[in-house]
Ligand binder design. Structure first.
Ligand SMILES: Nc1ncnc2c1ncn2[C@@H]1O[C@H](COP(=O)(O)O)[C@@H](O)[C@H]1O
Length: 197
Protein backbone atom coordinates (compact mmCIF):
# COMPACT_ATOMS: atom_id res chain seq x y z
CA UNK A 1 0.00 0.00 0.00
CA UNK A 2 1.47 3.41 -0.98
CA UNK A 3 2.45 5.77 1.82
CA UNK A 4 0.23 8.69 2.75
CA UNK A 5 1.48 12.17 1.91
CA UNK A 6 3.70 13.74 4.54
CA UNK A 7 3.90 17.46 3.66
CA UNK A 8 1.26 20.04 2.76
CA UNK A 9 1.67 23.68 1.69
CA UNK A 10 -0.90 26.09 3.07
CA UNK A 11 -1.55 29.38 1.25
CA UNK A 12 -3.47 32.01 3.23
CA UNK A 13 -3.71 35.68 4.10
CA UNK A 14 -1.09 37.90 5.65
CA UNK A 15 -4.07 39.60 7.32
CA UNK A 16 -6.79 38.14 9.54
CA UNK A 17 -9.80 39.18 7.45
CA UNK A 18 -12.90 40.48 9.17
CA UNK A 19 -14.60 37.32 10.46
CA UNK A 20 -13.46 35.29 13.49
CA UNK A 21 -14.21 32.13 11.46
CA UNK A 22 -11.09 32.77 9.35
CA UNK A 23 -8.72 32.72 12.29
CA UNK A 24 -10.53 29.69 13.78
CA UNK A 25 -10.07 27.80 10.49
CA UNK A 26 -6.35 28.68 10.35
CA UNK A 27 -5.91 27.44 13.93
CA UNK A 28 -7.80 24.23 13.15
CA UNK A 29 -5.73 23.66 9.99
CA UNK A 30 -2.38 24.06 11.75
CA UNK A 31 -3.37 21.90 14.71
CA UNK A 32 -4.98 19.20 12.55
CA UNK A 33 -1.94 18.87 10.27
CA UNK A 34 0.32 18.54 13.32
CA UNK A 35 -1.92 15.94 14.96
CA UNK A 36 -1.98 13.95 11.71
CA UNK A 37 1.83 14.03 11.57
CA UNK A 38 1.79 16.09 8.37
CA UNK A 39 4.60 18.62 7.85
CA UNK A 40 3.33 22.19 7.28
CA UNK A 41 5.05 24.22 4.55
CA UNK A 42 4.02 27.88 4.42
CA UNK A 43 5.21 31.40 3.63
CA UNK A 44 7.31 31.89 6.77
CA UNK A 45 5.62 35.00 8.13
CA UNK A 46 4.32 35.74 11.60
CA UNK A 47 1.44 37.91 10.42
CA UNK A 48 -2.27 37.32 9.84
CA UNK A 49 -3.61 33.86 9.12
CA UNK A 50 -0.13 32.74 7.99
CA UNK A 51 1.22 33.26 11.49
CA UNK A 52 -1.89 31.67 13.01
CA UNK A 53 -1.61 28.43 11.05
CA UNK A 54 2.09 28.14 11.91
CA UNK A 55 1.57 28.94 15.61
CA UNK A 56 -1.20 26.34 15.87
CA UNK A 57 0.92 23.65 14.20
CA UNK A 58 3.91 24.43 16.44
CA UNK A 59 1.72 24.41 19.58
CA UNK A 60 0.42 20.97 18.61
CA UNK A 61 3.97 19.64 18.19
CA UNK A 62 4.08 19.68 14.39
CA UNK A 63 6.96 20.15 11.97
CA UNK A 64 6.76 23.55 10.24
CA UNK A 65 8.91 24.90 7.41
CA UNK A 66 8.61 28.61 6.63
CA UNK A 67 9.90 29.92 3.31
CA UNK A 68 10.27 33.67 3.02
CA UNK A 69 12.08 35.94 0.57
CA UNK A 70 14.78 38.18 2.03
CA UNK A 71 12.90 41.39 1.18
CA UNK A 72 9.78 40.28 3.12
CA UNK A 73 11.56 39.28 6.34
CA UNK A 74 10.58 42.55 8.04
CA UNK A 75 7.24 43.22 6.36
CA UNK A 76 5.83 39.73 7.02
CA UNK A 77 7.71 39.42 10.34
CA UNK A 78 9.77 36.28 9.72
CA UNK A 79 8.61 33.57 12.16
CA UNK A 80 11.36 32.58 14.59
CA UNK A 81 9.58 29.60 16.15
CA UNK A 82 9.36 27.30 13.14
CA UNK A 83 11.26 24.04 12.78
CA UNK A 84 13.04 25.21 9.61
CA UNK A 85 13.23 28.64 8.09
CA UNK A 86 14.37 29.02 4.50
CA UNK A 87 15.20 32.52 3.26
CA UNK A 88 15.05 32.82 -0.52
CA UNK A 89 16.34 35.50 -2.87
CA UNK A 90 13.07 36.11 -4.69
CA UNK A 91 9.31 35.46 -4.62
CA UNK A 92 9.80 33.02 -7.46
CA UNK A 93 12.31 30.89 -5.59
CA UNK A 94 9.99 30.97 -2.55
CA UNK A 95 7.13 29.55 -4.63
CA UNK A 96 9.40 27.02 -6.30
CA UNK A 97 10.66 25.80 -2.91
CA UNK A 98 7.14 25.51 -1.47
CA UNK A 99 6.15 23.56 -4.58
CA UNK A 100 9.15 21.27 -4.24
CA UNK A 101 8.50 20.42 -0.59
CA UNK A 102 4.73 19.90 -0.65
CA UNK A 103 2.63 16.97 -1.79
CA UNK A 104 -0.70 18.81 -1.59
CA UNK A 105 -1.86 22.44 -1.49
CA UNK A 106 -4.50 23.92 0.78
CA UNK A 107 -5.89 27.41 0.25
CA UNK A 108 -7.42 29.19 3.25
CA UNK A 109 -8.94 32.69 3.20
CA UNK A 110 -6.61 35.36 1.94
CA UNK A 111 -6.10 38.27 -0.40
CA UNK A 112 -4.32 38.97 -3.66
CA UNK A 113 -1.12 37.11 -2.70
CA UNK A 114 -3.16 34.02 -1.83
CA UNK A 115 -5.02 34.29 -5.15
CA UNK A 116 -1.69 34.48 -6.97
CA UNK A 117 -0.36 31.38 -5.20
CA UNK A 118 -3.57 29.47 -5.96
CA UNK A 119 -3.60 30.45 -9.64
CA UNK A 120 0.03 29.53 -10.12
CA UNK A 121 -0.28 26.09 -8.55
CA UNK A 122 -3.55 25.49 -10.46
CA UNK A 123 -2.10 26.52 -13.82
CA UNK A 124 1.01 24.40 -13.19
CA UNK A 125 -1.35 21.45 -12.68
CA UNK A 126 -3.21 22.40 -15.88
CA UNK A 127 0.16 22.25 -17.65
CA UNK A 128 0.78 18.76 -16.17
CA UNK A 129 3.74 19.96 -14.07
CA UNK A 130 2.27 18.17 -11.07
CA UNK A 131 -0.66 16.01 -10.01
CA UNK A 132 -0.98 17.00 -6.35
CA UNK A 133 -4.38 17.80 -4.82
CA UNK A 134 -5.36 21.47 -4.57
CA UNK A 135 -8.05 22.14 -1.96
CA UNK A 136 -9.81 25.45 -1.39
CA UNK A 137 -11.38 25.57 2.06
CA UNK A 138 -14.48 27.75 1.63
CA UNK A 139 -14.58 29.09 5.18
CA UNK A 140 -17.81 31.08 5.70
CA UNK A 141 -18.23 31.42 1.92
CA UNK A 142 -15.03 33.49 1.41
CA UNK A 143 -14.18 31.56 -1.80
CA UNK A 144 -17.57 31.81 -3.52
CA UNK A 145 -16.62 34.73 -5.80
CA UNK A 146 -13.27 33.14 -6.62
CA UNK A 147 -14.83 29.78 -7.55
CA UNK A 148 -17.53 31.62 -9.49
CA UNK A 149 -14.81 33.32 -11.55
CA UNK A 150 -13.24 29.92 -12.39
CA UNK A 151 -16.66 28.45 -13.29
CA UNK A 152 -17.38 31.47 -15.49
CA UNK A 153 -14.12 30.91 -17.39
CA UNK A 154 -15.36 27.37 -18.18
CA UNK A 155 -18.84 28.64 -19.19
CA UNK A 156 -17.27 31.23 -21.50
CA UNK A 157 -15.07 28.62 -23.18
CA UNK A 158 -11.75 29.87 -21.78
CA UNK A 159 -11.03 26.78 -19.66
CA UNK A 160 -12.08 23.15 -19.97
CA UNK A 161 -14.22 21.32 -17.43
CA UNK A 162 -11.24 18.94 -17.06
CA UNK A 163 -9.09 21.89 -15.93
CA UNK A 164 -11.80 23.02 -13.48
CA UNK A 165 -11.78 19.49 -12.00
CA UNK A 166 -8.11 19.92 -11.01
CA UNK A 167 -9.30 21.93 -8.02
CA UNK A 168 -11.47 20.76 -5.11
CA UNK A 169 -13.59 23.04 -2.95
CA UNK A 170 -14.29 21.74 0.55
CA UNK A 171 -16.51 23.41 3.15
CA UNK A 172 -14.27 23.16 6.19
CA UNK A 173 -10.94 22.06 7.65
CA UNK A 174 -12.34 18.68 8.71
CA UNK A 175 -13.23 17.84 5.11
CA UNK A 176 -9.83 19.04 3.92
CA UNK A 177 -8.11 16.77 6.46
CA UNK A 178 -10.19 13.75 5.36
CA UNK A 179 -9.08 14.33 1.78
CA UNK A 180 -5.42 14.86 2.74
CA UNK A 181 -5.31 11.77 4.93
CA UNK A 182 -6.75 9.74 2.05
CA UNK A 183 -4.09 10.99 -0.41
CA UNK A 184 -1.20 8.70 -1.25
CA UNK A 185 2.24 9.96 -2.14
CA UNK A 186 1.86 8.36 -5.58
CA UNK A 187 -1.05 10.74 -6.36
CA UNK A 188 1.17 13.71 -5.53
CA UNK A 189 4.06 14.48 -7.84
CA UNK A 190 4.98 18.07 -7.02
CA UNK A 191 8.67 18.16 -6.26
CA UNK A 192 9.63 15.52 -8.80
CA UNK A 193 9.12 17.92 -11.71
CA UNK A 194 10.64 20.95 -10.01
CA UNK A 195 13.20 21.52 -12.72
CA UNK A 196 10.46 22.24 -15.29
CA UNK A 197 8.98 25.28 -13.50
N1 LIG B 1 2.73 37.80 -6.49
C1 LIG B 1 2.82 36.98 -5.45
N2 LIG B 1 3.24 35.73 -5.64
C2 LIG B 1 3.32 34.88 -4.62
N3 LIG B 1 3.02 35.17 -3.35
C3 LIG B 1 2.60 36.40 -3.14
C4 LIG B 1 2.47 37.36 -4.15
N4 LIG B 1 2.04 38.50 -3.59
C5 LIG B 1 1.94 38.26 -2.28
N5 LIG B 1 2.27 36.98 -2.02
C6 LIG B 1 2.33 36.30 -0.74
O1 LIG B 1 1.10 35.67 -0.45
C7 LIG B 1 0.93 35.63 0.94
C8 LIG B 1 -0.47 36.07 1.28
O2 LIG B 1 -0.70 37.37 0.77
P1 LIG B 1 -2.14 38.05 0.92
O3 LIG B 1 -2.11 39.19 -0.07
O4 LIG B 1 -2.27 38.52 2.32
O5 LIG B 1 -3.15 37.00 0.54
C9 LIG B 1 2.01 36.55 1.55
O6 LIG B 1 3.03 35.75 2.10
C10 LIG B 1 2.55 37.28 0.37
O7 LIG B 1 3.95 37.51 0.49
Amino acid sequence: MPARISAVAVFCGSRFGNLPDYRAAAEAMGASLARAGIHLVYGGGDVGLMGTVADAAIAAGGKVTGIIPEFLKAREIMHNGVTDLIVTETMHTRKQKMFALAEAFVVLPGGFGTFDELMEILTWKQLCLHTSPILIVDVAGWAKALVNMLDTAVEQGFASSNARALLEVVPDVESAMKRLCATSSTEATSGRQEERV
